[in-house]
Design a protein around this ligand. Sequence first.
Ligand code: NAI
Length: 446
Amino acid sequence: MTDKYTQFVSRGLGRDIAKKLGLPQPVELRRYRPGQPLIEGPILVQGAGAGADELAAALLAWDLDVRRHAVPREKLGAIILVLDVAARPEDLERPVLTAAASLRDLASGGRVVTISRSAAEATDPAAAAARQGVDGLLRSLAKELRAGATGNGIVLADGARTTSPGTLGALRFFLSGRSAFVDGQFLTVTSDAGELPADPEKPLTGKVAAVTGAARGIGAAIARTLHRDGATVIVIDIPAAGDHLAAVANEVHGTALQLDITREDAGQRIIDHAVQRHGRLDIVVHNAGITRDKLLANMDQSRWSSVIGVNIAAQLRINEALLASEHFRTSPRIVSVASTSGIAGNRGQTNYAASKGGVMGMVRATAPLLAEHGGSINAVAPGFIETEMTAKIPFATREVARRLNSLQQGGRPGDVAEAIAFLASDAAGGISGEVLRVCGQNLVGA
Ligand code: NAI
């Protein structure tokens, strides 16, 4: 379902009025459905160098329709701009302007993906400038794309190649309908770790995943998506949400664990349930979260401590138990739900933003600890998502908030779930300590 405004401006008189008045004209996004092709139309791989050639060969091996040169006026599903050999800012000109000539041929719901090297690792100022330049370029281009097309980037750290599992995994995610609401974002591939799934439709086959806060909203969507992708799912929520939790557990053919995640022994309870009922634990998704909004001048201790307690302190304590457990040692994956409020800040949400900023710091510092066991930990930061929580925002504020991104609409719980499912998969094993925003490229803040 799209929102009413999107329906109104998508056809007939509504479309004409919106066009004349210069109003936002959101389109229905290309979202993933099982069995759907990865992308409709040919993929143009632009860029010189061995990395671009190797990548094009890898895509051909997936039976995709790959072009190394544009065919005039041919509709393209995607443009991949490989800029890994740029050593000076001037080196960007040729590949970027050649790709620019094909932008008008990008199909609705098309994709632009840049692949470049990490600016943080460059010691030569000119190389750092070229690499950091890709950041500004891609974020601006994403704001220029229309008709549900998105632009995202993959950054290669020193240990990664254009054909590393993490690069190909991230590329698959960005090309597919799974990333419909991810726009203007970068993922850094830090190593050659990870593995592409035997069956891309079921990348989580054989995995056991625990999802907190799964009785409703985004958590329930995560449970459904992980189940669709082949995982056995343990859904966790407070006892008061027991009925809804049982319904979600039944729907995903999983098991329910009634648990307040702020309990001291929450981590051990999750491990025990997983091992006793399913024999293993591979993935933990920290989704449970609460808001207790107040201006800081009016903030009371209970609002502050409850938000910090549920949103970050509980995650830290559960992670400690996971890291200490011998049952969480085979390519373990943790994915935490942060928020764009923790990046850009939000009036009335000092407590919430502190907790969500905390999630991002925690993820960065936990990554090396999990790497010892071939594991990874990442965060997903949703922007405006259509949920019960955001449905309560007054109409005018809500209407402004949901249009303030490059895709001019709110995301769906399933969009957040898709990003989490990708980061929970072995294809993302070479990606760790990262924050991926699922916000349609919010125009406000970072
Ligand atoms: P929701 O309020 O609909 O669901 C949260 C779930 O967490 C509820 O089922 C609740 O019972 C459970 N929960 C709360 N405290 C718990 C505890 N101590 N132990 C176990 N379970 C507990 O929230 P929604 O909208 O689905 O959000 C999910 C996550 O996404 C949260 O972390 C939230 O901060 C984050 N988020 C949501 C956005 C949105 O637009 N809805 C935007 C950005 C982030």
